[in-house]
Ligand binder design. Structure first.
Ligand code: AMP
Ligand code: FE
Ligand code: FE
Ligand code: ZN
Length: 290
């Protein structure tokens, strides 16, 4: 069984449509793929309608959250990404929180464009918004504009500190991680902490924070992720053992916005079984059965 539990489509900051992503997952030899767009379930319906025979879609979300860090110099906390598998997309509090996050992303995108323009950089909100095409707006949409305008050569360069990784980056207004874990559980979903030790993205949470999240209902840790080196993967497996969590592996595929390919990292069938047993808000969609 080849299982990839973290991918993005054009419903957020990936470059393949949800339907094209299902075909690509099948072509990559996957048996199971999770669609986990940032703060939205908008891709679920078009993906479900396009699952080829032999592939199973696990519907999910990647929720932007924050570990409040009172000791931090700017009190900003540590960004954490929470994967939520099989939540009820119509759970009122979850739907409201996702809508709030997407509205915040749109507003922040416009403000980041204004910052760039104030520095004399000629990208427009119209072009960025058009590129996002109604999906969750993120820094990758601004990064693509910088690349299009020839201001940077690569997406990586666009995320450097001089650009969207610092100077022109604005914070998002995100839920506290413990609240997000509880919300996902309440919606019948299975919360899994994404790329918890991806230190190149910024500060990461201490093991004690993962312990608190586990007590609040966190079910798993994404250990095998492209931005985790071997020691980080081993540390996460040890933390998972300590708190009784399962571990997953996933590519975090974003189409052409990143270099990683589908199925570059995989999840063991036992972890998928636990997710399917725990998730009560939605059901996997297997192709060729309708
Ligand atoms: P945001 O949620 O708007 O702050 O944007 C963060 C997103 O940017 C993440 O979900 C990543 O997919 C993407 N990202 C971060 N670093 C890079 C990079 N070096 N190249 C391409 N995409 C990146
Ligand atoms: Fe992303
Ligand atoms: Fe993420
Ligand atoms: Zn992701």
């Amino acid at each position: 069984m080849r299982i990839d539990l973290h991918t993005h489509s054009t419903a957020s900051d990936g470059t393949l449509s949800p339907a094209a992503l299902m075909t690509a997952a099948s072509d990559a030899g996957l048996d199971v793929v999770a669609l986990t767009d940032h703060d939205t379930v908008a891709g679920w319906a078009p993906a479900s309608a396009a699952v080829p025979a032999g592939l199973t879609l696990l519907p999910g979300i990647e929720i932007s959250a924050r570990w409040p860090d009172t000791a931090g110099v700017n009190g900003g906390g540590i960004g954490v990404h929470l994967l939520a598998y099989l939540p009820d997309p119509e759970h009122p509090a979850l739907a409201a929180e996702l809508a709030r996050l997407r509205a915040g992303r749109t507003d922040r995108g416009a403000r980041m464009v204004a910052l760039l323009r104030a520095a004399g950089i000629d990208v427009t909100w119209d072009e960025v918004r058009a590129d996002a095409d109604g999906g969750s707006v993120g820094r990758p949409h601004l990064a693509r504009a910088l690349v299009r305008h020839g201001l940077v050569a690569t997406m990586d360069e666009a995320f450097a500190p001089e650009w969207l990784g610092g100077r022109f980056q604005l914070p998002k207004d995100e839920p506290a991680a413990l609240d997000a874990v509880a919300l996902v559980r309440d919606a019948g979903g299975v919360p899994v902490l994404a790329h918890a030790l991806a230190h190149l993205r910024g500060r990461t949470v201490p093991p004690s924070a993962i312990g608190e999240m586990a007590a609040a209902g966190l079910a798993g840790l994404e250990a095998d992720h492209p931005s985790h080196d071997r020691p980080a993967r081993a540390r996460l497996r040890a933390i998972a053992d300590t708190y009784g969590l399962f571990v997953t592996g996933a590519s975090d595929f974003h189409g052409d916005n990143k270099t990683v390919r589908l199925a570059a990292e995989l999840t063991a069938p036992e972890a998928l079984e636990r997710i399917v047993a725990l998730g009560t808000g939605a059901a996997p969609v297997t192709g060729g059965t309708r």
